[in-house]
Design a protein around this ligand. Structure first.
Ligand code: NAD
Length: 469
């Protein structure tokens, strides 16, 4: 265990009771300070993410900065209400008492983040953790070093390290941090590492929020508006070059409309990124793959899937030197193709034709419960059946990814795609312990049920108890 990490942790642990006592005004001041720091460095954040992922700064504004600033706004507005807690009703048996659910911070929180949205997936959990009154250590991804370094500067300028600090490094540093007895760990990343994090948390009985990945399906029913479905799926898939946890991973399209869908998807791709392969490669609006390893992984997946009989409808070009993977659409993909085994996390969209919803349900259920599921249909029967017979972190009907943008909705996975959720009220609660406080006034009726358990009073008490069941 590096002694500096241990020392930082001890410092935060000693400071945690001070943070716990902060008023709504004090927490709001911290959140407002964070907002000022972000707004002041807005262009720098866009540039850092561009340096890491060659992502267009406009996309960072839309997909990261807007959400972060909106979350801060919601937290600042609602914090006094959150901190007041809620009154709970009193059952007849507890007549003479009153109860409230109060929220206390968990203590010292560790946030471990991935590289794909390297700013917001560090800062969004931080907002909720500060609102709830915790001390926080943030570990951004080592794969996006420009954003990680900027975050470290921004946080150091804004917070006392006894309250919030950034620790940079890769798996070794993450492993060292996981050895410390944090009260809560918020991990966003792959399901495989999520398992390691949960095992480490078990040693200290730390609570966990696991925001994981998986294959999020899109289903296009025969009743869907195909042009609309194709455009929205293409948008969701190719944003950030497919490196989005809630991107539609693959598409099931009703066989009767598969050709129409493929043509509409190609037309949408042309509108969004350019009509020819050359224009798309030159487009400033299309991001690059994070590192060489992922480029090789994607190339291998496409090669194996095509060798097994899939057709490249468009794209397919990969330039390892610039980490460019062309937006690619594959048709005629079998459910057991290589590309269907794990989350793709890149700009490759496999399209599978189906005849019955039973086939679709079998494929979806064969993977773990996905982080998101998208249904495109105009008839409610298909929507209802898909909702009833699957489980997913969230579902959007007739669009993709929109649920992420609402602070009113809990964002999180289920089963293999994670546990716990955050954003808005849900984030405050996730980083708090809900502590019920029951106050007894006199006289206390419960004395009626104390021993000895015999005699007239006892028989009467038992009768009353039954009446209250
Ligand atoms: P990852 O799991 O490889 O890494 C995530 C973080 O874990 C990084 O900070 C990394 O340094 C750290 N880490 C790596 N090895 C570790 C180890 N052995 N022990 C502890 N920590 C370790 O994930 P990634 O490649 O950065 O991100 C991609 C994955 O994240 C995808 O599966 C994606 O779906 C998922 N994701 C989920 C969400 C969500 O909100 N649910 C959001 C974004 C990404």
């Amino acid at each position: 265990m590096p002694s500096d990490l241990q020392a930082l942790f001890e410092r935060q642990r000693a400071h945690a009771p001070v943070m716990a006592r902060t008023s709504a005004a004090e927490r709001r001041a911290r959140l407002a300070g964070l907002r000022r720091a972000i707004v002041a460095r807005r262009a720098e954040i866009g540039a850092a993410v561009h340096a890491d992922l060659r992502r267009p700064p406009a996309e960072t504004e839309i997909a990261e900065l807007h959400g972060v600033l909106a979350e801060i706004g919601v937290a600042i507005r609602r914090l006094p209400r959150w901190m007041r807690g809620t009154r709970a009703p009193t059952p007849l048996l507890l007549f003479g008492t009153s109860s409230r659910i109060t929220y206390e911070p968990r203590g010292v929180v560790l946030v471990v983040a991935p590289w794909n949205y390297p700013f917001s997936l560090v800062v969004n959990p931080l907002i909720a953790a500060i609102a709830a009154g915790n001390c926080v250590i943030l570990k951004p991804s080592e794969k996006t070093p420009a954003t990680a370094a900027l975050l470290a500067r921004l946080i150091a300028e804004t917070f006392d390290p006894a309250e919030v600090a950034v620790v940079q490094g890769g798996p070794d540093v993450a492993t060292a941090l996981l050895g410390l007895p944090f009260d809560h760990i918020c991990f966003t990343g792959s399901t495989a590492i999520g398992r390691i994090v949960m095992a480490a948390a078990a040693k200290h009985l730390a609570s966990v929020t696991l925001e994981l990945g998986g294959k999020s399906p899109a289903v296009v029913d025969a009743s869907a508006d195909i042009a609309v479905a194709a455009e929205r799926i293409v948008w969701g898939k190719f944003l950030n070059a497919g490196q989005t946890c809630i991107a539609p991973d693959y598409v099931h399209v009703h066989a009767s409309r598969a050709r129409e869908f493929l043509d509409a998807a190609k037309a949408a791709l042309a509108r969004l990124y350019g009509g020819s392969e050359e224009e798309r490669e030159a487009s400033l609006d299309f991001a690059r793959i994070v590192d060489d390893g992922h480029v090789r992984r994607l190339k291998d997946l496409v090669d194996r899937t095509v060798a097994a009989g899939a057709e490249v409808e468009t794209g397919g070009r990969i330039d390892a030197a610039t980490r460019y993977v062309a937006p690619t659409i594959l048709s005629n993909v079998a459910p057991d193709a290589a590309i269907m085994a794990d989350e793709i996390f890149g700009p490759v969209l496999p399209v599978l034709a189906f005849d019955t919803l039973d086939e679709v349900l079998a494929v979806i259920r064969a993977g773990g419960k996905p982080l998101a599921m998208y249904i495109f249909a105009r008839e409610n029967a298909a929507i209802d059946r898909l909702l009833r017979e699957t489980s997913a972190g969230a579902t959007v009907v007739n669009n993709t990814m929109l649920h992420y943008a609402s602070s009113a909705l809990p964002f999180g996975g289920v089963g293999a795609s994670g546990m716990g959720s955050y954003h808005g009220d849900h984030g405050f609660r996730e980083f708090s312990h809900a502590r019920p406080v029951t106050r007894q006034r006199e006289p206390a009726l419960i004395g009626f049920f104390f021993p000895p358990y015999r005699g007239r009073w006892h028989r009467l008490a038992m009768r009353v108890l039954r009446l209250l069941e």
